[in-house]
Design a protein around this ligand. Structure first.
Ligand code: PA5
Length: 422
């Protein structure tokens, strides 16, 4: 279950409840506008054939690999990182390791190669376009080493890609198993397609639970009832705050395992909303990834006394899967407040106190609470933010689903490469 408490936005004085409720009339037309954009991120989660194919493949390779390595970047990497970090034990060397190589730093790649036993490694090359240079470069690097080691490519590679592009051609030629990224699902919205689901299934996560949670939030996202439509309500607050100058969105989970979820959110918000609107004006909300309690000792000073331009979105888990009492080993006035307190109690108290101090300072913040960190709730969170981002696009009068701004850098990269060949 996912609960919401938006009251601190109103208490901060930045947005009134009346302003918030006055947006209700836009819900119906925005839903129609989103429908007309023909996006599949909230439809693909019903694709039973996709799920059975993923499960069948995962079952067929069970026990064959010690390491799963994702070659991919942006939307082809961040969802998997989130899922791995949310559900893996940080310290346990699990039977199957999941590594996401979202960079082309040569030191990083050569260290990865050195650490891997290629005979027991499966590389998932993930690129919707099938032509992203960083991902192709990673693929060529590892393919060369697989070939050199005399390993059969189709036993160590899986491609997750669109219907066209170079990867599709190589797959057809070399018989490499392939999963499809649906044409109507954009990279940063693709975590609940084979892009995020296959790596998750390969390390044993219950992808059906994830999809079930996503479906209940999807129902809320498509609801014309303002009360029920939490993605719309969230977008209303993000938009109204930005209109008042609070256009930076801090996502601050008070859950270690959700640290990288803030990275997924950052890409979604930045690449979706940073655009020229239909009148040619630059618009966008700036994401800031943060972590409670860690960043109370790093960024909080800025949030509390710096420019009044941030909406803080807190994310908490009500009941951690494990908790223990803090053993107060030194009795003194300085430690008495910790007596009989558990780590979870302390974490929640600090979260509440941080939220209250921001509110007192006239700084808007809101709370999203998960009862537990479950796969169902994780699926719900993905859909919550994807849905809110789709609505934000309508408020901002942009195309949420493209990313023309990154094209120029790609062209310049190609040009500059012609001057610096080895
Ligand atoms: O959201 C997006 O579309 C991008 O961030 C892409 O995910 C990223 O550029 C990688 O693209 P591709 O999957 O085509 O390699």
């Amino acid at each position: 279950m996912i609960d919401f408490d938006f009251s601190n936005v109103f208490r901060s004085g930045v947005v009134s409840r009346a302003d918030f409720e006055s947006q209700e009339g836009k819900l119906d037309s925005f839903l129609k506008q989103i429908d007309a954009r023909n996006q599949g991120f909230y439809r693909v989660i019903d694709d039973e054939e996709m799920v059975t194919d993923i499960e069948a493949f995962s079952k067929s390779v069970k026990g064959k690999y010690d390491d799963i390595v994702v070659c991919g970047i942006g939307g082809s990497a961040l969802g998997t990182i989130t899922l791995r970090d949310a559900f893996a034990n940080f310290f346990e060397k699990s039977k199957v390791g999941l590594h996401v190589l979202e960079n082309i730093d040569p030191v990083f790649l050569s260290e990865a190669l050195e650490a891997l036993n290629l005979k027991r490694t499966l590389f998932l090359v993930i690129s919707k376009s099938g032509g992203t240079p960083e991902t192709l470069a990673q693929y060529f690097f590892f393919r060369q080493h697989l070939d050199k080691a005399g390993l059969v490519a189709k036993d160590h590679l899986v491609f997750i890609t669109g219907e066209k592009g170079l990867l599709r051609e190589v797959a057809d030629q070399d018989g490499i198993p392939t999963f499809s990224v649906p044409e109507d699902v954009g990279g940063r919205f693709s975590v609940l397609t084979p892009v995020g689901l296959l790596p998750a299934a390969l390390v044993g996560l219950d992808i059906r639970a994830l999809l079930q949670g996503a479906r209940s939030m999807r129902d809320a996202f498509l609801s014309v009832d303002f009360e029920e439509n939490k993605p719309f309500q969230l977008a209303v607050l993000q938009w109204l705050c930005s209109e008042k100058g609070y256009s930076n969105n801090v996502l601050m989970p008070y859950v270690m395992k959700l640290r990288t979820f803030a990275g997924w959110f950052a890409q979604l918000l930045a690449e979706s909303t940073g655009k020229f609107n239909s009148k040619g004006k630059s618009v966008g909300l700036t994401p800031i990834a943060s972590l409670g309690v860690t960043d109370q000792h790093s960024q909080l000073q800025l949030f509390a006394e710096g420019p009044k331009d941030k909406l803080v979105l807190f994310l908490q888990v009500e009941k951690f899967s494990y908790d223990m009492e803090i053993p107060v080993l030194v009795e003194s006035d300085k430690t008495r407040f910790l007596k009989g307190v558990s780590f979870q109690n302390l974490l929640h108290a600090e979260n509440k106190a941080t939220a209250e101090s921001l509110t007192e300072g006239g700084r808007p913040n809101l709370m999203i609470s998960l009862d537990t960190l479950s796969l169902e709730n994780m699926g719900g969170l993905f859909l919550l933010f994807e849905g809110a981002t789709a609505f934000l696009g309508e408020f901002l009068d942009i195309n949420t689903f493209d990313q023309p701004g990154v094209e120029r850098s790609k062209v310049l990269t190609r040009e500059s490469l012609s001057e610096c060949r080895l």
